[in-house]
Ligand binder design. Sequence first.
Ligand SMILES: NC(=O)c1ccc[n+]([C@@H]2O[C@H](COP(=O)([O-])OP(=O)(O)OC[C@H]3O[C@@H](n4cnc5c(N)ncnc54)[C@H](OP(=O)(O)O)[C@@H]3O)[C@@H](O)[C@H]2O)c1
Length: 276
Amino acid sequence: MAERVILITGASSGMGYAATQLFAQHGWEVYAGARRVEKIPTGSVIHPLYLDVTDADSRLQFVKDALADGLRVDVLLNNAGYGEFGPLEEVSVEKVHKQLETNLVGASELTKLVLPQMRQQGSGRIVNNSSIGGDVYSPLGGWYYVTKRGLNVWSDVLDTEIRQFGLRSVIVAPGGTESSWLDIAMDNVSDNLKPDSPYTTLTDATRKLLGGMLNTSEATAKDLAKVFYRAATERHPKRRYYYSIADRLLSRLARNHPSIYHESMSFLVNALTKNK
Ligand SMILES: NC(=O)c1ccc[n+]([C@@H]2O[C@H](COP(=O)([O-])OP(=O)(O)OC[C@H]3O[C@@H](n4cnc5c(N)ncnc54)[C@H](OP(=O)(O)O)[C@@H]3O)[C@@H](O)[C@H]2O)c1
């Protein structure tokens, strides 16, 4: 069987790192990109490449390097991302742009670079690592949730456009998963909070809420890599993939009963804020 080829973004840590190892174990050629290229796993079928998804030249070079070996591209896993957390009033417009460029525009621009090759092959799949945060939300993560909800819509529209060529675009929506993600998001809260901010009480309460919710989750990056593998290889892919039933149900609740979700979240945050 010809080599199967995957391009993975955000391969230096967490789920992208685990996915790079898993696809390599299954014999795929893995073109693995991140800014900290030295942290990408190594192996005979792994090609670590520098990639900053927010930089057009870097995106182009990444795809050029991957295609230079003359192989196919079966899957692009758009995984790179982070949480630009902080109160909406206090997140600077520069940080807003960075969040949109990393989590959403980077994925869409990389996809544009691989679609011609996939169309020529008559097969290929875009697997997008979104989040249950595409449906649910909390204080402090406003722009992060915007990018994940946006990624969901973008993937669905893309799927309707490329199916005619034998290609598909799907979403994986993890809930809390062991990785560097929470620490980075919480560091960003501290960076974004202004001195004498009126949001310190809310921020402390929300940190507690998110820390509690994410730390009780038992999902590991390796668990999510297995979900990516299913999303990449199932003959008839689904529109959405979840790791757990709890993630699926929570997303469904927020989607189908937005007012109930909204009031419950507000009640919870209010109670935590009052307890401070
Ligand atoms: N962990 C969770 O609870 C959770 C839940 C739902 C969804 N997610 C999503 O899952 C994805 C993976 O996150 P993770 O949990 O595995 O977190 P992580 O351990 O922090 O890994 C994030 C990866 O993204 C890469 N990245 C960030 N900015 C980048 C840029 N500009 N260019 C290229 N790569 C960049 C990082 O690489 P470099 O810094 O080396 O570039 C790193 O490899 C993200 O999209 C995240 O939003 C996470």
